[in-house]
Design a protein around this ligand. Sequence first.
Ligand code: WTA
Length: 655
Amino acid sequence: MPDSTIESILHEERLFEPPAPFSDQAYVRSRREYEQLYSKATANPERFWAEQAEQELHWFKKWDTILDWQPPFAKWFVGGQLNISYNCLDRHLTTWRRNKAAIIWEGEPGDSRTLTYGELHREVCLFANAMKQLGIQKGDRVAIYMPMIPEAAIAMLACARIGAPHSVVFGGFSSEALRDRLVDAQAKLVVTADGGFRKDKVIALKEQVDLALEHGAPSVANVLVVERTKAPVTMVQSRDHWWHDLKSQVTADCPAEPMESEDMLFILYTSGSTGKPKGVVHTTGGYNLYTHLTTKWIFDLKDTDVYWCTADVGWITGHSYIVYGPLSNGATTVMYEGVPRPSNPGCFWDVIEKYGVNIFYTAPTAIRAFIRMGEEIPNARNLSSLRLLGTVGEPINPEAWMWYHRVIGKERCPIVDTWWQTETGGIMITPLPGATATKPGSCTRPFPGIVADVVDLEGQPVADNQGGYLVIKHPWPSMIRDVYGDTNRFRRTYWEHLTTADGQPLYFAGDGARRDSDGYYWVMGRVDDVISVSGHRLGTMEIESALVSHTSVAEAAVVGRPDDLTGEAIFAFVVLDSQQAPSEALAQALKQHVIQEIGAIARPAEIRFTDALPKTRSGKIMRRLLRSLAAGQEISGDTSTLEDRTVLDKLRGGN
Ligand code: WTA
């Protein structure tokens, strides 16, 4: 591409209008329709959401109150009863969708399964009855630590069916990280598998569960194990049970439990600015509605589509846009166990070709990896089934956007760059693909019903194109309800940073952003101590505590360093105990230690040993300076608060 084109894209001059054939068939067909929906929804959000809730979901009992908002506590559809598993399964069984593919699954070794809605319903009922047999009741927390196999989704839906909130823990987390989450949620049951396949290796999940339980998670009474790899595992008598054994002992008769709209649906742990991950709580009715409607309008999902989101169910994207949103719409959702790997760098394109995928949703870090591997790989596959592309997880750089548009979308498919968070439950700022003209690098405009803004520290809106804090001003159905077991933290983290002039709390997303003169949002990344590595959120304090728990480490400070592939990479400054000498071997050992404490996603890319950290006179680590050092930049700005100025020179020297 000539430099001038990139220049004009970077300067926001280039608009990509939705292709007419796409708009003609879309749910929302034009900018005007979007504007109308948006103004109707913001003029009376409660009426808008109530109309949608009535039209799109099945309720066992209608609500009495649409919204009860006692800032920062929102309750949606109070008094209403429903079950998300019923909305994802049962209601489709009385229609032609009974025999439609609900989940198309592809395993990494090349095995595959398709489950129709009828079959998925049966599996979920059996799984729910098996959990009941293990004593699980409404309200009990169930941890799900699984590879990307259909049983991960089956277990989630089974929990929802009997009203047992699930806590899915990403299969890449270590036994230590798993144990912390089991303890925090007081989980009674762990659902796992003997293992899974990832990058041509067997991941031994059951072994990690055994370790976690050995180290103490006393609330866990049972472990339900799905057979996947057939690698040998140790089964502890009376605690561990094979799914295939229990399955033959239960019936498939398990009506969906009527749940109150505000009953907890799940907890999902995410990193924040302090050492301990937060259990983000989502409830039933609002989450069901919001994920349903966003899936339908943003992915323009039709009954004939094959839809594929490449996330892992261990993250919110997997919850909302592999499982609940698509199935509630009666869609066909693809689940893939593998990731691009040296033995098969084109595996994503193979899956698209094999199943005729129409809608493809992935992360910018994956797109950057594809660019590096070369376009001949996707060019060798038939991608003509694609009609819509999406991205999520971090800001997408315009160059990656253009490549995605040209090489994967063949300049024919709209791209939806979707901004949202674990806490928001669903997509908040995004194009509607038939209606919104896109600008590479911008997530464009808020979804109908979402009132976003960019404000300064006083909560005052900033002028166009001025940087500020991204906030949400009005409650929305799938918003975070609480931090599990720590309501104070919920208030502090999200609601106490910023308030409007008249004292109303604003939801603080933790992201910096600006809005341009067309009302388009440009998210600039986190403003708190959260690093995003390949779109995965990691708290700097979490990694620091892991480092400090190693016997040789006295002190550690972790910052993000820009990285072409992963967005940010983890850079750790480490002060050793006085008896220890820095060495390459010790750096390796520390990296290994972090993997053991948190998981491979938290492995520092670089460790720099130093004999002191730059601190203010009051003892606060000056991260801004460390960030510049890690990025190899000159130190600019004020350093007058630095306690010991010689520390900087030593750090620059790299020893
Ligand atoms: C970032 C993932 C820019 C952002 C769904 C947010 C994005 C954090 C985008 C949430 C996007 C997500 N553009 N930044 N389209 N999508 N982010 O909780 O910093 O894993 O706060 O949820 O990812 O990450 P989380």
